[in-house]
Design a protein around this ligand. Sequence first.
Ligand SMILES: Nc1ncnc2c1ncn2[C@@H]1O[C@H](COP(=O)(O)OP(=O)(O)OP(=O)(O)O)[C@@H](O)[C@H]1O
Ligand code: SF4
Ligand SMILES: [Mg+2]
Length: 361
Amino acid sequence: MTRNDIILEARGLKRRFVTHKPLFGKPTEVRAVDGVDLQVRRGETLAIVGESGCGKSTLARLLVRLIEPSGGTVHYEGREIGALGDAAMRGLRRDLQFIFQDPFASLNPRMTVGALIEEPLRAHGIGDAAARRDQAAQMLTRVGLSPRHADRYPHEFSGGQRQRIGIARALACGPKVVIGDEPVSALDVSIQAQVVNLLEDLKQEFELTLIVIAHDLSVIRHMADRVAVMYLGQLVEIARTEDLFRAPRHPYTEALLAAIPLPQYGARKVKVSIEGDPPDPIAPPPGCRFHTRCPYAIAACQTDRPALRDLEPGHSVACLRAEELDLTGTADAERSHNPATERRFRLYREARHEELQSTPT
Ligand SMILES: Nc1ncnc2c1ncn2[C@@H]1O[C@H](COP(=O)(O)OP(=O)(O)OP(=O)(O)O)[C@@H](O)[C@H]1O
Ligand code: SF4
Ligand SMILES: [Mg+2]
């Protein structure tokens, strides 16, 4: 891999939030992201997974500078984005777009759909009014809606349709990197596959690099080329999707995979499950942060902090015992996929092709 293959890179990225500021003494801080090194490759779909509160959204927001880091850097196309002034950053915003989880909260209810999609174009000084209207109409068609919808308001649409509007808005000005922070979690299960398929189609068409945060590991397996696993503000494993699912090398990843529901097999027999809640991010445990819940922990895990290191090309792990552990993945191809989810994806892909042929109402 050459440096040119890396479109976005985090180095030692940190973000702390002050949660309590007493009159005297030290403020209480959450280390939401605590020293993340991550390289995102041009054209890939990279998934970020981990339990609620582990820092996924904070990392995603740092990567596109929606928030400022407490330490470390982000480089986009080799340029450090934290060092850019307002004007340069405005130009860059065109390249780095964000799709939010909640399509209800993220669209201004007082703007028409057309105005919402045209807004980023206007902000970046793209085209005149007529060209922007045309572009909005094209984007609406491209996301499976109709140009006629431009005059309507967000509340007139379903959750799935609103997320399509959010996607049209994010893609209108031709970004290179799109981050979807749980882009389908707020939608009905039956609609999720439609939106996932739409994102995949648009990724191909617009040659995007996609960073996706999702809780549903079947969705991740379906979409992602690589997966980064986060635990308490740090990355603990990064690998190609199939490698990570078949042969996880970190106990936390093994536990996450073991939690995938497999209804067709009844209760899954697993060696490990995640016990209890994650520790308080205000005072993360010393040594390996997972040691309080890890079934393989030894004494050294309480004191020695494991660094993220390459076990093999393209597979990095932060575990002191990674070489010696024999962890359980989802090795059997039949067990590893959730057939119900796969069937849904197939059906909606077929439906989508039909949908593109006809004019939606
Ligand atoms: N603005 C904020 N102020 C204070 N604490 C925050 C803020 N944003 C995030 N945090 C804290 O930082 C940690 C990481 O939060 P973050 O939202 O990044 O997690 P997440 O992995 O996206 O979780 P979820 O899966 O629930 O969306 C949490 O402990 C959270 O409470
Ligand atoms: S370093 Fe120790 S506690 Fe941490 S994941 Fe590895 S075995 Fe478990
Ligand atoms: Mg989040």
